[in-house]
Write a protein that binds this ligand. Structure first.
Ligand code: ZN
Ligand code: ZN
Length: 369
C-alpha cells in the first residue's frame, strides 16, 4: 500500500508542525483507508501532546470518510474516540502531566467566547466548534489545513479539550465513551433521568448499548425497545429490565402513555409516531442517532398530552469529564471488539451491516507491527 508523506510548514514562529505522525487516511469517498504519514503541531504552552493507544470506530467516521454527509476533504484521517497517554505537557498546562491516561472526543477547539462556550457547552458553540477530524484547523495549521483524527499514533490538543480517563477503566473499552458514551449520557442528564423512572432506549447499537448501561446506572427502570428479539436478549445482559418489541403491535399499544423518557438511537430516518405514543404527558423523546429526515410525525401525539421531541449532540467538555468520572465510579465501559488497524476497512463494512457488539476499537500498537 502506498504511503503518502505530507509536511506542513508555517512562516509564523511557534506554529511549526514537527511532530511526525503515522496514521491511516482515505483519499476519496470510494477509497480504502491506507497508511499515511503527516505532521502535527509542536505543543504550545497550553497544549498536551498525546501518544494514542486506542481509537474507537464510530459510524460518523464512516459517513465522513465516504463523504455521505458532504464536504469531506481528502486526505481524511477519521477517529474521535481517542484514549492515550500524555507524552508532553506545555508549561501552562495545569491539569495533566506526562504519563497521565487521557481522552479526546469529538471536539478539539471552539471560539471560547460565545454564550455556549461560556457555559461549557462547546458542542453548541455559536461560532462553530473545531471537530477532531475534518474541520479547518484554526490553531496549528496553515490556512488550508484540516484537522486529522485519532486513527494515528500522536495528537496535539489544547488542555481545555483533553479529558482525564479514570484509571480503573480498561483504556481500550473506555475509548468509545468519548463519543457514544457522552452522546447518550448528556440527554439522560439534561432531561434529569432519575431512579424509578421508566426510560426507553430505542435501538441497540453502539449508542443504544451505552444508553442501556448509563440509564441503568442512574437507577432508571430501563426498557429496551427494538425490532429484534435477539437484541432484546442482549439488552437484558447489558442492564435492561424489560424488552419491548417494536413490531409487536399489541405490546406497543399496551405500553402507550407509560414512559417518562425515551432515548432514540435509531441511526436512520424512521416513523416517530409509534414511539411518541409511548410517552406520558409532558415527557420527551430525544433523538441522537438519525440525521436523516424523520417521517410520520403527526401533531396528535404532541398536542395530546403535551409531549415533546428534541435532539442532542454529544456533550461539552465539563459534562464529558463528568460522564467519564461517572463511568469510573460505576465501572462502566463499552462492549468492544479490538482490531488491528489493518482490519479497519473490514470493520467499516461490518459496522455498516450492524455486525459488531458494540464498537470496534483500533489497537494503535498495530500501526508499528
Ligand atoms: Zn462519533
Ligand atoms: Zn463558542
Amino acid at each position: 500500500m502506498r504511503c503518502i508523506t505530507v509536511r506542513f510548514s508555517s512562516t509564523k514562529p511557534g506554529k511549526i508542525m514537527t511532530i511526525n505522525v503515522h496514521g491511516y487516511a482515505t483519499n476519496s469517498a470510494t477509497s480504502e483507508l491506507v497508511p499515511y504519514a503527516f505532521a502535527r503541531r509542536d505543543p504550545r504552552p497550553g497544549d498536551v501532546a498525546i501518544d494514542i493507544l486506542y481509537c474507537g470506530v464510530c459510524h460518523s467516521d464512516i459517513h465522513s470518510a465516504r463523504n455521505e454527509w458532504g464536504g469531506t476533504q481528502y486526505p481524511f484521517v477519521p477517529g474521535h474516540e481517542i484514549v492515550g497517554r500524555v507524552a508532553a505537557a506545555g508549561k501552562n498546562v495545569t491539569k495533566f502531566k506526562t504519563g497521565d491516561l487521557v481522552g479526546v472526543g469529538c471536539l478539539v477547539d471552539s471560539c471560547r467566547r460565545c454564550p455556549a462556550c461560556d457555559e461549557g457547552l462547546e458542542q453548541y458553540c455559536d461560532n462553530g466548534f473545531t471537530a477532531t477530524y475534518g474541520s479547518e484547523d484554526k490553531i496549528g495549521g496553515t490556512p488550508h489545513t484540516m484537522t486529522f483524527g485519532g486513527y494515528s499514533d500522536k495528537i496535539t490538543v489544547e488542555e481545555r479539550f483533553v479529558l482525564r480517563v479514570p484509571g480503573n477503566l480498561d483504556p481500550a473499552a473506555a475509548a468509545p465513551l468519548l463519543c457514544a458514551g457522552i452522546t447518550t449520557y448528556s440527554p439522560l442528564k439534561h432531561w434529569k433521568v432519575q431512579p424509578g423512572q421508566k426510560v426507553g432506549i430505542v435501538g441497540l447499537g453502539g449508542l443504544g448499548h451505552m444508553g442501556v448501561k448509563l440509564a441503568h446506572a442512574m437507577g432508571a427502570h430501563v426498557v429496551m425497545i427494538t425490532s429484534s428479539p435477539e437484541k432484546g436478549q442482549d439488552a437484558t445482559r447489558l442492564g435492561a429490565d424489560e424488552v419491548l418489541l417494536s413490531k409487536d403491535i399489541d405490546a406497543m399499544t399496551a405500553a402507550q402513555n407509560s414512559f417518562d423518557f425515551l432515548l432514540n438511537t435509531i441511526p436512520v430516518g424512521h416513523d416517530v409516531d409509534p414511539y411518541m405514543a409511548l410517552l406520558k404527558r409532558d415527557a420527551t423523546m430525544v433523538v441522537v442517532g438519525a440525521v436523516e429526515p424523520l417521517t410520520r410525525a403527526s401533531g396528535v401525539p404532541f398536542i395530546f398530552r403535551r409531549r415533546s421531541m428534541a435532539g442532542s449532540l454529544i456533550g461539552g467538555l465539563p459534562e464529558t469529564q463528568e460522564m467519564l468520572d461517572f463511568c469510573g465510579e460505576h465501572g462502566i465501559t463499552c462492549d468492544i471488539e479490538m482490531i488491528d488497524i489493518k482490519e479497519v476497512n473490514k470493520a467499516y463494512d461490518r459496522t455498516v451491516k450492524g455486525d459488531v457488539k458494540y464498537r470496534f476499537v483500533i489497537d494503535m500498537a498495530s500501526l508499528k507491527a
